[in-house]
Design a protein around this ligand. Structure first.
Ligand code: DHB
Ligand code: FE
Length: 284
């Protein structure tokens, strides 16, 4: 990556992720959380912190270092990055306890609503010189009884072959490698795109600094993000990974599941093809 004014930084990604989060939250008009619930959950979180301080004999120096780091995460807009990498997978685990059909995974900080709607056989927007292996991703959306879900939407987004997301890395055009594909009457779809690269948490921001200081690694395996939805069905937010992919067994976000791994096969013309069927649960 050449260093230009356009090169992506943690600050760009962090700030954009915070803005995107605020915009989506405003649209969804969340309800109030009750005082009882706040007291119960926050009480437990604080008790966990108190335990860690006692058991690890945390010093005043360490406490002040933590405060300085927390301030930096806020100023860099990195709360969505940090929380989605280190916390969201457990929220998803709890949400999935009563969910049938395709396994879910974390949403992550890089979802953008209202992308271009595309027909059931479609190519995601790419640049003329888009790098990366051409991928054809096809399948069918069905309900838990095996019936096709006509017109299901596959809201799909993923990183480019360098691991960057459009809308967050300023050198990428808006809408790149994003789209809402509408399945046909049989719930079928065929999406042409490129294979994403593994994603690295921006190393120049506070989340990256924490990971480096702790001696952890900042990588997520290459993945496609999807929200699959249809009226009358519970939406599934998930991710699909690639067999044999680097970091598949040590995802920093702990968001992989064995059921969510694709095995793309060569088509003989430089492209690879992978099939995956989604199963949605009825809500009524
Ligand atoms: C983060 C980035 C991702 O692409 C993802 O899928 C999950 C989390 C992050 O930087 O927090
Ligand atoms: Fe991602």
């Amino acid at each position: 990556m050449t260093t230009t004014e356009q090169s992506p930084t943690a600050h760009d990604s962090g700030t954009s992720a915070t803005q995107a989060f605020r915009a989506i939250r405003q649209q969804s008009r969340p309800g109030e959380v009750s005082p009882e619930r706040i007291s119960a959950v926050v009480g437990r979180v604080l008790a966990g912190i108190h335990d860690a301080i006692r058991e690890e004999k945390v010093t005043y120096d360490e406490f002040q270092a933590a405060k300085a780091w927390l301030i930096e995460v806020g100023e860099g807009g990195e709360w969505p990055l940090f929380l989605d990498v280190f916390v969201e997978h457990v929220v998803e685990e709890v949400a999935a306890e009563n969910q049938q059909g395709t396994k879910g995974s974390i949403l992550g900080p890089y979802y953008l609503p209202d992308q271009q709607r595309l027909p059931s056989v479609a190519a995601l927007p790419t640049r003329p010189d888009e790098q990366g292996t051409r991928l054809v991703f096809a399948g069918q959306v069905r309900d838990t009884d095996g019936n096709p879900v006509a017109g299901a939407e596959l809201d799909i987004w993923h990183a480019d072959a360098e691991g960057y997301y459009s809308g967050f890395a300023p050198h990428l055009p808006d809408g790149l490698l994003r789209g809402v594909v509408v399945a046909d009457e049989q719930g079928r779809f065929e999406i042409s795109t490129v294979q994403p690269a593994p994603y690295q948490i921006p190393t120049d921001g506070p989340t990256g600094k924490l990971i480096e200081s702790a001696g952890w690694h900042p990588w997520r395996p290459a993945h496609l993000h999807l929200i699959v939805r249809a009226p009358g069905y519970r939406s599934i937010t998930t991710q699909l990974y690639f067999e044999g992919g680097e970091w598949l067994d040590s995802d920093v976000a702990q968001a992989t599941k064995p059921e969510l791994v694709l095995s793309p096969q060569p088509l003989g013309d430089g492209r690879v093809r992978s099939e995956y069927d989604f199963v949605l649960e009825r809500t009524r």
